[in-house]
Design a protein around this ligand. Structure first.
Ligand code: FE
Ligand code: ZN
Ligand code: FE
Length: 177
């Protein structure tokens, strides 16, 4: 980061971009509060279900943090259509309908794959927004975004952990073919 280049003259476009990014993430998270309950119902393993349940609660807190961050910037907490997340949610729905005909482990692994794309998309969004907030010297916003970024990273790691035992189960029936 080039903190010294952050003069009053160029702070405005950065602030505008941050507001725009926060509004996009707000809509992304709102879409997830609708998608996660469906994914949770589709999940077969108890670990995956509880992971998604916990992340749903975290997602609701993340929405509160985004509202607060927008308030700190004096911007109305209006959401902006996030097409990226809409596409990822759509892929998740595909995975769930395809999963109906699959074995438990295979269906859950496909669900985890879809969920990981969501988590990594969010990590990219929060990392960028946090960098913009750092540049604007908005420590309260940096703190809010750091908390949410940490939750996304943790969710990604937990998904990887849940996938591990499922992979050894999933390879058994196919190995015979
Ligand atoms: Fe999130
Ligand atoms: Zn987006
Ligand atoms: Fe997430």
């Amino acid at each position: 980061m080039h903190a010294e280049s952050s003069s009053a003259a160029n702070a405005e476009p950065i602030q505008e971009l941050l507001v725009d990014q926060l509004r996009d993430i707000l809509h992304a998270e709102k879409q997830l509060t609708k998608a996660l309950p469906k994914m949770l119902k589709a999940a077969r393993s108890a670990q995956l279900q509880s992971l998604l349940q916990i992340h749903l609660a975290e997602t609701e807190e993340q929405i509160e943090r985004l509202n607060e961050a927008l308030k700190l910037l004096g911007a109305p907490a209006r959401a902006k259509a996030c097409k990226g997340m809409a596409g990822l949610v759509e892929e998740g729905e595909e995975v769930m309908s395809e999963g109906e005909e699959k074995e438990d482990a295979a269906a859950d692994l496909a669900l985890i794959a879809a969920a990981q794309r969501v988590e990594h998309y969010e990590m990219a969004a929060y990392t960028t927004a946090r960098n913009l907030a750092l540049q604007l010297r908005q420590p309260a916003i940096v703190q809010l975004l750091t908390m949410s970024l940490g939750e996304e990273q943790n969710a990604g790691q937990l998904l990887d952990q849940v996938a591990q035992p499922l992979m050894s189960v999933a390879k058994m029936p196919n190995a015979v073919e």
